[in-house]
Design a protein around this ligand. Structure first.
Ligand SMILES: Nc1nc2c(ncn2[C@@H]2O[C@H](COP(=O)(O)OP(=O)(O)OP(=O)(O)O)[C@@H](O)[C@H]2O)c(=O)[nH]1
Ligand SMILES: [Mg+2]
Length: 422
């Protein structure tokens, strides 16, 4: 299968441009998957048709286009229900994929670690379960067409139903196993995180839209050697590397999976533990590809995903990347205007890195942490120093010890650690 007709739907007069932009992105996804040739159809609709989403008349037009220009497959830019998918396929007589299905396939191709593979398998099973029926009705019909009358059709249909039941049970069982394994991997990840917190090195998660340059940033700062290429979802796994700022402060940098518009919920759920990596870090580095015409929307979309996974209150450095390639400086200005703590860089020329390191250092200083301490009176000088810099939440005395609950800047944590309670 090489040639794909990309179909989107929009309503209202302003919808068409956005629809075409979204189709362009769908093309990038399809190319990443392996399709070579494309056609585009943006369909105006008044309301979503329950049976076919875009209406039967429009589907018929698409059938004719596909036939005339020998398209192998139709890819629809929104998630459609299994029923709609089946109905459209019946008319166009070619396979129909939707955006969710395509993203899941791209992820499946690109998942390398055990965790990513498990997560994608879980998403895939959940996507396929309600679609099983569609596969089997196809098959029954084909077989019926080959000979039997309507009676035979009924018999085969019954067989199809039985098979669906069997397949469903197999998939259900597999899903339980996969989920169990994901739980185990997740527990391991939590353990690693605990260790990281104990070592109290400030952690930065590099987040942002797919293809923004996250892995390139990590690679340019460390020896991470993460796969980075001009494809969507080049990296699905998180990679952590230690990095030393110019003031010799050690930090951890984590490369994370990219975001995309209309990221399917099944994938967000499946990849939640990977995505949530950013929830447990101290500071987010949000990378934006400023050379992309849709940079402003992409930045907003990434922030939506961050909100969805519960990371929206983290301190953020907005890294405006690919400045070497920018042709429209208005986009850069607008990004700087919209977001605080911005820095304009290029991972190719390393322009702007000094400012980036400065911002990182500043942000670390603003990190604060609540600690419970037990300090012997003989070490009172430590308590007094911490109290000067921090904010005391509670003081108590026990024998010769001071019990202190105190919020301190993270860069003083090393002084407090020897007195940590418990
Ligand atoms: N011109 C230019 N290209 C860049 C720059 N930074 C990254 N790129 C290119 O942009 C493409 C995507 O970079 P990646 O680092 O793979 O992007 P990513 O954000 O990790 O993408 P995913 O892993 O797919 O989410 C690659 O082809 C990089 O070479 C830059 O500063 N300037
Ligand atoms: Mg990457």
């Amino acid at each position: 299968m090489k040639k794909a007709l990309l179909v989107g739907a929009y309503s209202g007069s302003s919808g068409k441009l956005a629809c075409l932009d979204s189709l362009k992105e769908l093309q990038a996804l399809s190319e990443t998957y392996g399709f070579l040739e494309f056609g585009f159809e943006a369909c105006p609709i008044k309301k979503i048709d329950a049976a076919t989403y875009i209406g039967e008349g429009k589907v018929e037009e698409i059938r004719q286009i596909m036939l005339a220009e020998s398209f192998d497959v139709m890819i629809f830019d929104d998630e459609i229900s299994p029923n709609q998918q089946r109905n459209i396929e019946e008319i166009v007589k070619k396979p129909v994929i939707d955006r969710t299905g395509l993203i899941i396939e791209v992820f499946a191709q690109r998942a390398h670690t055990k965790e990513a593979r498990l997560q994608i398998e879980s998403a895939k099973i959940r996507y396929e379960l309600p679609r099983l029926k569609r596969l089997w009705t196809h098959l029954s019909r084909q077989r019926t067409g080959g000979g039997g009358g309507s009676g035979g059709g009924g018999y085969l249909k019954g067989e199809g139903e039985k098979q669906i039941e069997i397949d469903r049970r197999i998939l259900d069982r597999r899903l339980v196993m996969v989920e169990q394994e994901i739980k185990e991997v997740k527990a391991h990840r939590a353990l690693q995180r605990q260790q990281r917190i104990r070592t109290s090195i400030p952690t930065f998660a590099i987040v942002g839209y797919t293809n923004a340059g996250k892995s390139s940033l990590l690679n340019s700062l460390t020896d991470a050697n993460v796969l980075s290429e001009d494809k969507l979802f080049a990296t699905l796994d998180t990679t952590t590397r230690r990095f030393q700022l110019p003031n010799h402060q050690n930090v951890l940098l984590i490369d994370t999976v990219g975001f995309i518009r209309k990221l399917p919920h099944k994938l967000i759920d499946a990849f939640r533990s990977t995505l949530e990596e950013s929830v447990y870090t101290d500071i987010l580095i949000h990378v934006v590809d400023a050379s992309h015409p849709e940079a402003l929307d992409q930045a907003m979309e990434s922030i939506h995903v961050l909100e969805e996974i519960g990371a929206k209150n983290k301190p953020v450095i907005t890294v405006i990347n690919k400045i070497d390639k920018v042709t429209d400086m208005k986009i850069v200005d607008e990004l700087c205007y919209r977001y605080p703590n911005t820095v304009v860089i290029s991972t190719l020329t390393r322009q702007g890195y000094d400012r980036l390191f400065e911002l990182m250092t500043q942000m670390i200083q603003t990190l604060r942490k609540v600690m419970e301490l037990r300090i012997p009176q003989s070490h009172y000088h430590v308590a007094s120093e911490l109290m000067k810099e921090g904010r005391v939440l509670e003081t108590e005395y026990e024998g010769n010890d001071i019990l202190l609950t105190i919020e301190i800047p993270q860069n003083l944590e090393y002084k407090a650690l020897p007195y940590k309670k418990g």
